[in-house]
Design a protein around this ligand. Structure first.
Ligand SMILES: [Zn+2]
Length: 241
């Protein structure tokens, strides 16, 4: 199994979390940078731990704190992310968010890398900016039913996180049923959004098994088969061996 989105640099004990993931059958993790120093820390973790690939990016929350990443620092970097727009929290001015997002879409295009996108309360603008990007798109922690049609029309990968397991997640479950088998992904977004079965604890990559089980139930599929399909989808999306 694979966890396609974990902030290993934000975990208390990344090495322990990776070991527990492997013990749970989650042998691959895409570890996410959310700024330059976070990306550097994530690359260091990936150098030390087996089965960890890296995404390099500046999160929209950090868009005002520094320049966008202008080169890929390490051959473990398989994607640009997470990047995007967050007009719900508005931690960074919207114009800075737009500028950094656009710059990193260009970086991904130059390097032929997929992008991992965070979108909150910004569906229309996110769809518009992504419309100019010709590469592979992963919508992470999918929580925007308003982006679903664009995702389906354009063949984006849609990654579901722990919030799809919550009791009030009807709209997200509908989305999980609508995404085609070759476009669905699962993630933890560790240390955030622990699935219902372990809710209240810091999330970690091993817990993606709960999200996959819930997605399988929602879609009426066998959990092991869905886990295998998600692993294959992720390998294609991120170019993993
Ligand atoms: Zn994230």
């Amino acid at each position: 199994m694979i966890d396609t989105h974990a902030h290993l640099d934000a975990l208390e004990d990344p090495a322990g979390a990776v070991a527990r993931a492997h013990a749970a059958g989650v042998d691959r993790i895409v570890a996410i940078g959310s700024g330059l120093s976070s990306t550097q820390a994530t690359v260091s973790i990936a150098r030390a731990e087996p089965g960890v690939a890296v995404a390099a990016g500046v999160h929209p929350h950090q868009a005002a704190d520094g320049e966008p990443i202008d080169r890929l620092l390490d051959d473990r970097i398989v994607a640009v992310g997470e990047i995007g727009l967050d007009f719900f929290r508005d931690y960074a001015p919207r114009n800075e968010q737009r500028r950094v997002f656009a710059a990193q879409l260009r970086l991904a295009a130059e390097h032929g890398k997929p992008v991992i996108v965070h979108s909150r309360a910004a569906d229309d603008e996110t769809a518009e900016l992504l419309g100019e990007f010709g590469g592979t798109v992963v919508l992470h922690c999918f929580s925007s039913p308003g982006l679903l049609q664009a995702a389906l029309d354009r063949g984006y990968y849609v990654s579901f996180a722990g919030n799809v397991t919550y009791p009030n997640s009807g709209e997200l479950r509908d989305a999980a049923r609508a995404v085609p088998a070759d476009r669905i992904l699962a993630e933890t977004d560790s240390p955030y959004l622990a699935p219902q079965a372990v809710r209240g604890r810091p999330n970690e990559p091993a817990y993606v098994v709960h999200t996959i089980a819930s997605l399988a139930e929602t879609r009426g599929e066998d959990p092991a088969e869905l886990a295998g399909r998600i692993d294959e989808n992720a390998a294609l999306a991120f170019g993993l061996a």
